[in-house]
Every structure is written in structure tokens, then in C-alpha cells.
Design a protein around this ligand. Structure first.
Ligand code: XUL
Length: 527
């Protein structure tokens, strides 16, 4: 029997899933979540991030993520000492795009942490930048244009890296830091992603960036999985030497460092490269073959799916990333996900039961009412100035506004994911809001597809634990197929969560058109 640990360092919380695997049985031992705001209030985050006067600037303290890992491991060892003592490998998932800046002594200090004192107190000095820009940041429009122009335009960038220049991508973020604070940029020895930083903390050494998370940086050649020199040069001087190496997602980085082994009496478990949350969600929803879509209803809402081949897709609205399975994945991201649902819930003084009741009490199609729920600057479509717009929708009508936000989210996802060219009849739903059957019914009716729920609400975290298993087997010369790895734990729950109702599919076909026209009208042309 082997035990594997997966983490998910997401925007608002850290989750861990411990799984047990033997010849006949695969099971989740425990799934546990810490919300940063509640567990580590001293960092002063709200919903896991720090924001100032400029709504476009969003950061988070990287020290908080490291401290959360330390606490989580401590709590798992306290409650599951026997299982943790059998740990074979650990991997993780992290919010994509966020970057962590280490000074020259940083890597040395990570390697030298003393098991007798807490991790966080020993690594406060390793950062050349105390806060990390995260995926919610949209402050780099100028840098996006500069990078795209320098490499020969958006089309060239997209063909090479799988995406155009987007504000949250790591390259434009690095460029902005370089322009704003040259001396701190120069004193930076290493720029990690959140994923590779946390893998480095576990292994006590410099971890590589895996090719799946690396494809969200605007710096990697997607075809070769190597840094693309033109993009690196266009981003900032001297950047190449500050970037870690790139590696396949299944790479073993090393073993748990002395800190973890001695402080918590853990074995020398393998540390497998961490990856981005979207790649890990693909594995955790069992989407290892093209033909179905996954939808994650989390802080952001994301439509994603595996792609055997990335050619021939006109991906204006989304991105093609590397997949941890070694192929590709398409995805389209909507920033106003659970934060928008929560804003509507709170604005009308509801709890989640009241929110569901409001959905049930209103007709599919909402009598033609439409909301554009851009509470925050939106990624898809590209909207930098936030604003909520209503068409034939009375802002005082609680139930209609609840339905409007959910319908808007589902319609936007359906309209903007057409480019992925996947002919779908089944969607695998994950993320916190996938537990809400009324929300999933709207999804089924809008997409005209059956929606299945995945057992774990946190597919990214489960995907990380499954990746640890897959990579451990590979490293031990007993490779296992992805179908087998995902077959039991990442399977949709028996019995569909929602099937499309024929009479509503037509209603939504019309509403999707009305939504598209309203969106076109309200979307700023010039930013
Ligand atoms: C993907 C993206 C978000 C974050 C959320 O491109 O920006 O899905 O990964 O953590």
C-alpha cells in the first residue's frame, strides 16, 4: 500500500488530500482546507489577496502560502500519523501565473531551514519582493503590448506560446516589476511560480517549473517545452538567468527536505514537480482524453478540456496550455466566478439556501432579463473597467438578479468556449459551487449537455495527489496509464447531476444571442 499527498494552494485557501492506493483499493483518506483569511489573519488578506486603491493591482504574501503548508502538514501528521509515516510522494497544484521573487540568499536559506524552529520565521528574508502579483492582477496592459510588439505581434506570440499577452500572465508581470523597481529586480536571483516556489520549499532546493504551469507565462515555447529566447529578451534584461529550469510535470524534484523529515518524522517521500491548478483539475476530473469538457466553479470559473492536438483552433478567447498528461489543454477563464455569485448573494442578504430558492422560483431564460456581472475587471471578454450592466432587469428584484448572475456565467462560458472545437455531450463539474444542483441545472440547459459531478469538490487537489501517484510509479519503473490513475477517484459520481431539459435548450439558444449582442454593446472598445 502507498500513500500520496496532494496540495492545492488556491487563491483563497490551501487544501490537502491524502490518498491510499493498493492493488485493489484507491481511496481518499482525508481532504482538509484552511482559508488563509481565517487561519492566518496576521497577513491581512481578504479572500486570500491584498488589494489597494487601484482595483487592477492584486497581490498576496508568498510567506503566507509557505506557512500554510507548514500548518497543514503539522495538522495531518497530528491526525493521521500512521498514514503520513507511509507517504511515498507529494505533489501540488497552485493558482497559475502568480510569481515569487527570491534574492541571492533565498535558495540557500530554503535549503538550510532548521527543523527546530518554524519555517516561516526562518524565511522572512528570502524575498526580493514581499508580495507576489497573482492571476487577479490586471495592471499590465502596457507591458502586454510591449512584449507582443517586440516579438512580432499577438499572432506570433499565440502561435509560439499558446496565448496572446494577457495582463495576469507572468511575463508581463515581471516586465512591470522591472520597469517599476529596477534595483529590486536586479537583486532578484530567482523568479518562481507559486507552484515551483512551494515545491522548492518542500524539497529544500530549487524546483523546476513544470511545462503545464510554464505555459501560462508568455515565456515558453509550447511545442518544445523550453524557454523561448525572444519572449524572455522582450520581457526584461537578464531574465534568463533568473528563471528556473523547465521540466515535465512528472519530474521528481527531490525528497522532502530535512526540515519536514525531522520536524514531523516524515519519510524521504519524493517531491514531484507542482503544476498549475487548471492542469491539475484536468487530471482530477478524469479528463485525460479529448471529447468532454470540464467546468470549474471556483474563485474564477474556468472551462477546460484536453486537446490531443493544438493546431487548427482559433483560440482568440482562451489559451492552449501544456497538460500534465503530456498533451495539451484548452481553457477559457472568467474572473467573475464565485466572487460574483457571493456579491449577489450578499447584496440581497441571502444565504446559499436562499440563493438556490431564488433560482428555483424563477423561469429558465429569466423573461429575457440579462446581467453582465463584471464586478471585477473581467478576463473573458476582456473588460478592464469593472461594472455590472442590466438589460430589462430591475436591480430591486432579488430572485431575478440571482438567476441573472448564474445565467450570465453559464452563457458567457458557452459562448466563449466555442473556439475549443469540442463537440460535447457531457461536462464534468468541479469547484465549490458544483455542489449546488440548481446551478448545475442551468449549466445543463444552457450547454444542452449532461452535467456530471466529480466526487471531490477540489479536483485540482485530487489531481495533484493522483499526479504524485503517477509520477512515483513512473520513477519506480512501473508506469501506469492515466486512465487507471483517474479511473476510481476522479470518476463522475454515478447518476448524472443534471440533464438538459429540451424545452429550455431552445430558450437559452435565443438568450445566448441576446446576451452576445448586449455584451458586444457594453464591452469597451478602447481601453
Ligand atoms: C488561468 C487563471 C485562473 C487561475 C486561478 O489562466 O488565470 O484559472 O489559475 O487560480
Amino acid at each position: 500500500m502507498s500513500v500520496y499527498l496532494g496540495f492545492d494552494a488556491s487563491t483563497q485557501s490551501l487544501t490537502a488530500i491524502l490518498i491510499r492506493v493498493d492493488a485493489t483499493r484507491r481511496e481518499v483518506i482525508v481532504e482538509r482546507t484552511f482559508r488563509y483569511d481565517d487561519e492566518l489573519p496576521a497577513y491581512g488578506t481578504a479572500y486570500g489577496v491584498l488589494s489597494g486603491d487601484d482595483p487592477r493591482v492584486v497581490t498576496a504574501p508568498p510567506l503566507m502560502w509557505a506557512e500554510a503548508i507548514d500548518r497543514m502538514i503539522g495538522s495531518l501528521v497530528a491526525d493521521y500519523p500512521d498514514e503520513m509515516a507511509m507517504l511515498a510522494a507529494v505533489s501540488g497544484s497552485a493558482q497559475q501565473h502568480g510569481s515569487v521573487y527570491l534574492n541571492a540568499g533565498g535558495l540557500r536559506d530554503i535549503a538550510a531551514v532548521d527543523p527546530h524552529t518554524s519555517l516561516a520565521s526562518q524565511i522572512t528574508e528570502i524575498f526580493s519582493r514581499e508580495t507576489s502579483p497573482v492571476w487577479m492582477d490586471s495592471s499590465t496592459s502596457v507591458e502586454c503590448r510591449e512584449i507582443a510588439d517586440a516579438v512580432g505581434g499577438e499572432a506570433v506570440l499565440t502561435a509560439r506560446t499558446g496565448s496572446g499577452a494577457f495582463e495576469r500572465f507572468t511575463g508581463p508581470q515581471i516586465r512591470r516589476f522591472y520597469k517599476q523597481d529596477r534595483s529590486r529586480y536586479q537583486s532578484t536571483a530567482r523568479i518562481h511560480l507559486v507552484s515551483s516556489f512551494l515545491a522548492s520549499v518542500l524539497a529544500g532546493k530549487d524546483a523546476p517549473i513544470d511545462v503545464s504551469d510554464g505555459s501560462g507565462m508568455c515565456l515558453m515555447d509550447l511545442a518544445t517545452g523550453r524557454w523561448w529566447p525572444e519572449a524572455v529578451a522582450a520581457t526584461a534584461p537578464g531574465l534568463q538567468s533568473k528563471l528556473p529550469s523547465l521540466a515535465p510535470s512528472s519530474a521528481a524534484v527531490g525528497e522532502l527536505s530535512r526540515y519536514w523529515r525531522e520536524r514531523y518524522a516524515l519519510p524521504a517521500a519524493k517531491v514531484i514537480a507542482w503544476s498549475g491548478d487548471n492542469g491539475c483539475s484536468l487530471v482530477g476530473t478524469g479528463l485525460v482524453r479529448e471529447g468532454r469538457l470540464g467546468i470549474s466553479l471556483g474563485t474564477s470559473d474556468v472551462v477546460f478540456g484536453p486537446m490531443a492536438d493544438r493546431r487548427g483552433r482559433g483560440y482568440a478567447d482562451g489559451h492552449v496550455y501544456g497538460s500534465p498528461t503530456g498533451e495539451f489543454m484548452g481553457l477559457t477563464v472568467f474572473k467573475n466566478g464565485s466572487l460574483a455569485r457571493e456579491r449577489v448573494r450578499d447584496a440581497y442578504g441571502l444565504d446559499w439556501a436562499g440563493f438556490s430558492q431564488a433560482l428555483r422560483s424563477t423561469p429558465a431564460g429569466n423573461n429575457g432579463s440579462v446581467m453582465l456581472p463584471w464586478f471585477d475587471p473581467e478576463i473573458t471578454p476582456h473588460v478592464l473597467v469593472p461594472g455590472v450592466h442590466r438589460l430589462d432587469l430591475d436591480s430591486r428584484d432579488t430572485a431575478a438578479n440571482v438567476r441573472a448572475v448564474v445565467e450570465a456565467q453559464m452563457i458567457a462560458m458557452a459562448n466563449h468556449s466555442r473556439w475549443m472545437g469540442v463537440d460535447i455531450d457531457t461536462i464534468h463539474a468541479t469547484g465549490g459551487a458544483s455542489g449546488n444542483g440548481d446551478v448545475l441545472q442551468v449549466m445543463a440547459d444552457v450547454f444542452g449537455a449532461t452535467v456530471c459531478r466529480i466526487a471531490s469538490r477540489n479536483a485540482a487537489c485530487l489531481g495533484a495527489a493522483l499526479r504524485a501517484w503517477h509520477a512515483d510509479a513512473l520513477a519506480s519503473d512501473h508506469p501506469i496509464e492515466w486512465d487507471e490513475v483517474t479511473g476510481d477517484l476522479a470518476r463522475p459520481i454515478d447518476g448524472s447531476a443534471a440533464t438538459p431539459r429540451a424545452q429550455h435548450v431552445g430558450t437559452y439558444a435565443r438568450l445566448r444571442e441576446r446576451y452576445r449582442a448586449f455584451e458586444d454593446r457594453m464591452r469597451p472598445r478602447v481601453v
